[in-house]
Design a protein around this ligand. Structure first.
Ligand code: FAD
Length: 307
């Protein structure tokens, strides 16, 4: 019940100001967002890759309102890629980007987001890695998929995300599986209306398994973005049935969630990628993490009261 309320708050400017100014927020935020600058996050990159994990890096931010902010987002990724280059991690450290942060919702937003994201994809390719386009709310997805298709003409490894809760996703998955795309499948983290999305957890989980089967049986590279133990074991079964070996798909989880499981899967030889977000504009990302697990919110509120 709490999830939708928190997701609604994640879009409220008033809540953003309140939560961001709370004195104890930072220590709770740090669990999910281990730094505000490239300098703060690079030691984490070294630590995680040193333990056999792979990374997808997210400079937090979304829903920007000016072209200057969109250009700044592009530049923040370019700086990150510049600093990752000397570590020579190749695809062990890729980028995740939200197109809303690149100006997708501004006038002329589709073209602007494409123009801003292209140099990031080019810079990533120049250091031997790639970019995955995150999925945001359903109104943005036609544009995201069109940008994905456009980028793939020059950079076929560019990935995208699909969300099991949306009705449209089974068709999207068939198309992406047939054209050999890198696709991250997640349950979906936004507040979506019943006209476009499953609302019940068990319906979302069933859709996830159907879509996962499509991806496993297709030509592309499936990336399983979930912490759900049941889906992790179903993934391994479906991979076996589809004749995929370890390394022909990968697991992905968020930094700060089920860290032991990251290491367990990596130790079993799986490709295990940790989505590592950093930056100052963490509010939307943080609120979605609270919405996913009400215990996180209780912890957050308790730490505010105990100060
Ligand atoms: P759940 O059923 O939600 O969780 C399973 C178990 O995982 C829980 O019981 C709990 O133990 C643990 N867990 C899950 N979430 C939390 C949490 N916040 N705090 C503590 N424990 C938790 N969504 C999008 O809409 N677009 C994206 O582009 C996107 N990218 C993602 C990238 C990655 C790598 C991952 C892992 C998720 C991404 N998500 C994205 C979020 C996703 O949609 C889900 O909201 C999120 O992963 C929770 O779903 P779950 O599959 O882990 O299953």
């Amino acid at each position: 019940m709490l999830g939708p309320v928190i997701l609604a708050a994640s879009r409220s400017d008033r809540m953003r100001r309140l939560v961001s100014a709370a004195p104890v927020t930072k220590q709770v935020v740090d669990r999910f967002i281990p730094g505000e600058t490239v300098d703060e996050v690079l030691p984490i990159v070294r630590e995680l890759t040193g333990s056999g994990l792979e990374l997808t890096m997210d400079v937090v931010g979304e829903d920007i309102t000016t072209p200057e902010q969109a250009a700044a987002a592009r530049d923040a990724y370019l700086e990150l890629i510049d600093r990752l280059g000397p570590l020579a991690l190749g695809t062990r450290a890729e980028m995740s980007v939200k197109l809303s942060m690149f100006g997708q919702a501004l006038p002329g937003g589709h073209e602007r987001a494409l123009a801003n994201v292209r140099p990031v994809v080019e810079a990533a390719a120049a250091i031997g890695t790639t970019v995955t386009l995150d999925a945001e709310d359903h109104t943005t997805l036609d544009s995201m998929f069109a940008i994905h298709e456009e980028l793939r003409k020059d950079f076929p490894q560019t990935g995208c995300v699909i969300q099991a809760y949306l009705f449209r996703t089974e068709a999207d998955a068939r198309r992406l599986a047939a054209d050999g795309s890198r696709v991250r499948l997640v349950k979906g983290a936004y507040k979506e209306p019943a006209e476009v999305a499953h609302q019940q957890k068990h319906e979302i989980d069933k859709a996830y398994v159907r879509i996962l089967r499509t991806l496993m049986e297709g030509e592309g590279y499936p990336m399983i973005g979930s912490h759900d133990p049941r889906l992790i074991s179903i993934t391994q079964e479906l991979a076996r049935t589809a004749g995929r070996k370890i390394g022909e798909y990968e697991f992905q989880m968020l930094y700060g969630i089920r860290g032991d499981e990251h290491l367990r899967l990596a130790a079993e030889g799986h490709r295990m990628r940790v989505y590592t977000a950093y930056g100052t504009d963490w509010y939307g990302y943080f609120m979605r993490r609270l919405a996913e697990k009400p215990a996180n919110l209780r912890f957050f509120l308790r730490s505010m009261v105990s100060k």
